[in-house]
Design a protein around this ligand. Structure first.
Ligand code: MG
Length: 356
């Protein structure tokens, strides 16, 4: 009997949209990529609203105020109210408001979303340090420069309470991967020798703030990223749905560490309305909706693939390759947790061969 419990996959015989009452949605890679809506996102999120699900859009990107993000969502065809957007700048501002007197002056570093979040909670944002500044809220912004980092360093060295809105080392941009807030806060950290308090995913506070804000009893985190969305869900004790419309590919899923493994898997947000088959261990095999796999000397062996008919009945969307992927992930996770070598690339080739 193995003591390792690699299977995070949950079974949902109806559909996630029917079982949960509040969706905590990541934005980039789930709802939109850049300015464009992700395929299937708008129709399925509007269907969720029509069927009475609550939704919050939960983002580490603190540069844009919630009103601007909500307008972007409405422009894409979603019925999003401003207060359905919850940013890590708001979480950070609440944290500061909990320890500073009302009206306290706080250095705002980052895009306009940072200063707006401070004003919302009754703090007074400023862009220049003097000895009346008692807090620093540092979030992402594309115009953050040396002067901002210098002001933040003076304030932090002077004893101001310092909160970083998220720890992300990188941000995706249309032209490639660029430095994120974690790198900019690291500059101030190395300059002052002080560590910030950090809000945002993968911490659980942002998801908890979102649930306090929109209510509901059974939240489901929906995200595209393992080390922020899914890890944050695990930290908050919430179930999660990984969609494959963003940054996570098959290799990343198969090598997901414990604490970053999703409850459910879907190609896109249409998966909100499909049943989710569980994964069972059976005498050395991993079985998902009729698909059986095992690892032999680090190589994946696929014993049975379900017929298209059975698959449609069990998976709803006819996604036999998602069942193969769930079963393969369980096999690889168990092996990796036990310290065994797994040929992940060969596994991916085999999965894509079956999918093709
Ligand atoms: Mg994302």
């Amino acid at each position: 009997v193995s003591e390792v419990t690699p299977v995070s996959w949950r079974e949902c015989s109806t559909s996630p949209g029917a079982e949960y009452d509040v969706l905590l949605l990541d934005l980039d890679g789930v709802v939109y990529v850049g300015l464009q809506a992700v395929p299937a996102a708008v129709v399925n999120l509007n269907r969720a609203t029509d069927t009475g699900l609550r939704s919050a859009y939960v983002t580490n990107n603190a540069s844009r105020p919630p009103q601007v993000v909500a307008q972007h969502l409405r422009d894409l065809g979603l019925s999003a109210a401003d207060d359905q957007v919850v940013t890590s700048a708001q979480e950070g501002a609440e944290l500061l408001a909990g320890s500073l007197p009302s009206g306290a002056r706080v250095l705002a570093v980052g895009g306009p979303g940072v200063a707006a979040a401070l004003e919302e909670v009754g703090l007074a944002p400023t862009t220049r340090w003097d000895d009346t500044v008692t807090g620093v809220l540092q979030g992402f912004g594309t115009d953050v420069g040396w002067r901002d980092l210098a002001e933040a360093s003076y304030a932090v060295a002077g004893g101001a309470t310092w909160v970083a809105t998220n720890p992300d080392l990188t941000v995706p941009t249309p032209r490639g991967t660029a430095p994120g807030n974690g790198q900019l806060t690291a500059v101030v950290q190395r300059t002052t020798g002080v560590e910030p308090q950090v809000t945002g995913k993968p911490g659980k506070g942002l998801f908890e703030l979102a649930v306090r804000r929109c209510g509901g009893h059974r939240p489901l985190v929906v995200g595209d990223r393992l080390d922020t969305d899914i890890a944050g869900a695990v930290n908050a004790g919430f179930d999660s749905l990984l969609v494959l419309t963003g940054v996570t590919d098959v290799v990343a899923l198969l090598t997901a560490r414990p604490g970053e493994r999703p409850s459910y898997l879907a190609r896109d947000l249409a998966g909100l309305w499909s049943p989710q088959p569980g994964v069972q261990a059976d005498d050395g095999w991993w079985v998902c909706a009729g698909t059986r796999v095992r690892l032999e000397d680090g190589h994946l062996e696929v014993a049975a693939l379900v017929s298209e008919q059975v698959d449609r009945a069990m998976n709803g969307a006819g996604d036999a390759d998602l069942s193969l992927l769930r079963a393969a992930a369980s096999a690889v996770w168990e092996a990796q947790d036990a310290g065994a070598d797994v040929d992940v690339l060969a596994t991916v080739d085999l999965i894509s061969g079956h999918a093709g």
